[in-house]
Design a protein around this ligand. Structure first.
Ligand code: CP3
Length: 345
């Protein structure tokens, strides 16, 4: 089988014969095989066993026929070696025993040397680079999203502690952002060196900020990360957030290649707002629990808008839920390939 580079071509806005597709959380609890592995290993234990972790990463590629693999890890992974005491609780998410609430807490955080702190991630990437016939997407959480867990101590609805820390403790916030910036560049750079063909930066919760505050507090941080990466390597960078449609014009100023949309912002409306970068998204993941004719109708709408110009990658607007049937995702993948091939003819 030849290497399928359709996904990279779409990231670079080059012509393709079908719209490439992959899914956020394509490895996860909706798969019986994953649940079986999870009976034996916790999420972090999977990531500490490169062979198992590579298998979990490959599973959805083999089962669904998607055009990209995403490294199996968590956005919390690189925080452990810098001193964050985090546990991933099933059904809840990351829970942190030592939340960051002061400059002193920030100063206790160490630096990440990826080969020393997370060697198992690099080994997994190296294994996958040999085995896969599609590009591997490396990833990291963005500083605001990581900070939200570190400060709140777990998932949050409105990020009151995070935002009040940002407004009230400028010196500590700045110090935290600087540490996370350095960590993120080193972590993503190491994944690329090990064989990742693209990277996605998950800023899942940054939509909690308005555009003015994003510009003031986060834009310089993201610019540093993106420019830092671009100066070192030439892989496509995808930037994604949930409920962040009001930030598209800001994101568009960053030197990223692809903007990831959630289901609230249509591809057509992003294009109408002058966004010329490649786009990725954005089927509402809830639709995967609806009858097939509804899934198909909504996927068609997205593909028709997405295939109007080069630079579109089909995905969900957020991650796959555990309740989704693997068959539905397989059918959707085949549909995206077949229907988009007709649109692009
Ligand atoms: O297949 C893939 O997408 C790759 C693996 C991946 C995981 N987490 C594995 C995981 C990726 C890319 C992530 C990123 C991640 N982790 C994000 C950014 C993406 C997003 O969802 O917005 C965030 C915010 C986290 C933090 C986190 N970790 C959450 C919110 C959860 C879900 C909690 C739950 O149980 O519903 C986790 C746990 C987690 N990370 C699971 C998986 C497969 C759940 C399954 C398990 O416990 O085995």
């Amino acid at each position: 089988m030849e290497f399928n580079d359709t996904f990279i071509k779409a990231c670079r806005k080059q012509p393709v014969s079908h719209v490439p597709v992959w899914y956020m959380r394509q490895a996860g609890r909706y798969q019986p095989e994953y649940r079986k592995i999870r009976e034996k290993y916790s999420l972090f234990e999977i990531t500490h066993h490169p062979e198992v972790c590579a298998e979990v990463t490959r599973l959805p590629v083999e089962q669904l026929g998607v055009d990209a693999a995403i490294l199996f890890a968590d956005i919390m992974t690189p925080l452990v070696p810098i001193g964050v005491d985090v546990e991933i609780k099933s059904g809840i998410g990351p829970v942190i025993a030592n939340p960051v609430r002061s400059l002193n807490d920030v100063s206790k955080l160490g630096e990440l040397d990826p080969n020393d702190g997370v060697p198992f991630v690099m080994e997994t990437v190296q294994l996958l680079k040999k085995e896969l016939k599609v590009p591997l997407i490396g990833f990291a959480g963005a500083p605001f999203t990581l900070a939200s867990y570190m400060i709140e101590g777990g998932p949050s609805k409105n990020y009151h502690l995070t935002k009040s820390f940002m407004y009230a403790e400028p010196e500590a916030w700045q110090a935290l952002m600087e540490k996370l910036t350095k960590m993120t560049i080193a972590y993503l750079q190491a994944q690329v060196n090990a064989g990742a063909a693209a990277v996605q930066i998950f800023d899942s919760w940054v939509g909690a900020l308005n555009a003015k505050d994003y510009n003031e507090y986060i834009m310089p941080v993201m610019k540093k990360i993106v420019d830092g990466l671009k100066s070192e390597c030439n892989v496509p960078i995808i930037y994604f957030g949930v409920g962040a449609g009001h930030l598209l014009e800001e994101w568009n100023q960053l030197d990223v290649d692809v903007l990831g949309l959630d289901w609230r912002t249509t591809v057509g409306s992003a294009r109408n707002r002058g966004i010329e970068k490649a786009l990725q998204g954005n089927l509402d993941p809830s639709l995967l629990l609806a009858p097939w004719n509804m899934v198909e109708r909504k996927a068609k709408e997205i593909l028709e808008e997405g295939s109007k110009q080069p630079g579109f990658i089909f995905n969900l607007g957020h991650g796959v839920f555990p309740q989704v049937k693997a068959d539905t995702l397989k059918r959707l993948t085949d549909f995206v390939h077949e229907y988009s091939a007709r649109c692009l003819k």
